[in-house]
Design a binder for this molecule. Structure first.
Ligand SMILES: Cc1ncc(COP(=O)(O)O)c(C=O)c1O
Length: 418
């Protein structure tokens, strides 16, 4: 006879108002991370999730962030009251200046609305919801490929998602012609999601000249730019240089959305710090847009959290801490560039078949290796190396010590010709 507990559980399941729900599969990157955690191998290597790690493979707490935290802990005046729905005003001002430049015409003319949001994700989500409510064209174009969560913000908001060509697997570089053709045939007024720098997952960015051509095309077709800036400073090591694409679009006086994240650039992943800026044509429109943003945010989480944004504000407002942050970013990117060179040299030395020069020509945190899903699965099974199924390698997960292991795995995967 079946035990009573099992019968009770089954009948309760059948009675549930949610029994019809199918299970949503885990996002591929989280599935990779769970598999990594459960792997007991001492040689396992985590090159999946986009998190910056040290040479020792440890999460990196930026010294300047630690300093800012100490300042906050010792600030006896700090209160835990509610803050405005739009967040900390000084954080918003400094975030806008960081991405647009303090001398930006749009800032000087009060045409920019900036609201503190829950990191890049929250900024993209609030931006998508705002567009769904208030923008005439419910179509967004996203690069192919792109950050895996990008389509979800827009799908949830009821905006149709299309793609534009971006990556050329032959050259491992930009498919510039394809990109222009696809944007040119997008319906007038479509939203276009662009990554400001350090494109995830490809590590391929347009040159400044190419950005200018993209800008001209987009403005001529009245396409609405929505920038995602998650890696400012982690490409060139220079915060100004990595903001050039955005600044080019803002300088022409046109409208523009920008989602900023401090997860990678200050290592504040868990604190959820970011900002959404909307550049408007006039100050009057900007005021109305801000009121509507409050209307989106208020029923979502009422007001954003203070702690992480206070860390960022402390760093951005203080000249010395700001320049210390710049130096730390430079050291981070130098380590990434070294890892690229190291991996490339080691593959060449081993004589692994193929052209691996894209490892050094791609930029930022990621290498889009060109390894197939089957090759990645083989490397995981046989070498305990975990990366995204699309072959994206988080270069910040690699160290001089682990390069040989990765090279052995790539060599074996390529040799099997799968
Ligand atoms: C391009 C891009 N945008 C946004 C995000 C979201 O990150 P967060 O919500 O931590 O800012 C990521 C994370 O990997 C990303 O790569």
């Amino acid at each position: 006879m079946e035990p009573l507990t099992a019968v009770i559980r089954d009948s309760k399941d059948a009675d549930s108002k949610f029994a019809h729900l199918p299970r949503v599969p885990e996002a591929p990157i989280f599935a990779v991370m769970s598999a990594y955690k459960n792997d007991p191998s001492p040689v396992k290597l985590n090159l999946g999730m986009g998190v910056y790690r040290t040479e020792e493979g440890k999460p990196f707490l930026l010294p300047v962030v630690r300093e800012a935290e100490l300042l906050l802990v010792n600030d006896l005046e700090a209160a835990k009251d509610y803050i405005p729905t739009t967040g900390i005003a000084e954080f918003n001002k400094l975030s806008a200046e960081l991405i647009f430049g303090a001398d930006s015409h749009a800032i000087i003319k009060n045409r920019v609305v900036t609201v503190q949001c829950l990191s890049g994700t929250g900024s993209l989500s609030i931006g998508a919801e705002f567009l769904a409510r208030h923008y005439k064209q419910h179509v967004v174009y996203i690069s192919q490929p792109s950050y895996e969560n990008h389509p979800n913000f827009f799908i949830r908001a009821g905006i149709a998602v299309n793609t534009y060509r971006y990556y050329d697997p032959e050259t491992h570089g930009l498919d510039f012609q394809g990109l222009l053709e696809d944007l040119n045939s997008a319906p007038q007024g479509s939203i276009v999601l662009l990554q400001a720098c350090g494109h995830n997952p490809t590590g391929v960015d347009p040159t400044l000249q190419q950005w200018e051509v993209i800008r001209q095309l987009m403005r001529s077709k009245e396409l609405l730019p929505f920038f995602d800036s998650a890696y400012q400073g982690l490409v060139s090591g220079n915060l100004e240089e990595d903001a050039q694409s955005v600044r080019l679009f803002v300088a022409d006086g046109g409208e523009c959305f920008i989602a900023q994240s401090y997860s990678k650039t200050m290592g504040l992943y868990a604190e959820r710090v970011g900002a959404l800026s909307i550049v408007c044509k006039t100050e009057e429109v900007a005021c109305r847009v801000e009121s509507q943003l409050k209307d989106v945010i208020s029923p979502t989480y009422f007001t954003p959290p203070v702690y992480g944004a206070s860390i960022v504000t402390a760093i951005l407002r203080n000249r010395e801490m700001y320049s210390q942050w710049n130096s730390e970013l430079k050291a981070m990117i130098e380590r990434l560039i070294n890892m690229r060179k190291h991996l490339f040299d080691a593959l060449c030395d081993k004589g692994t078949p193929g052209d691996w020069s894209h490892i050094v020509s791609q930029v930022g945190m990621y290498t889009f290796s060109g390894l197939s899903e089957e090759q990645v699965a083989f490397m995981t099974k046989e070498y305990h190396i975990y990366l995204s199924p699309d072959g994206r390698i988080n270069m910040a997960g690699l160290s001089a010590k682990t390069v040989p292991h990765l090279v052995d795995a790539i060599h074996a995967a390529v040799a099997r010709n799968i």
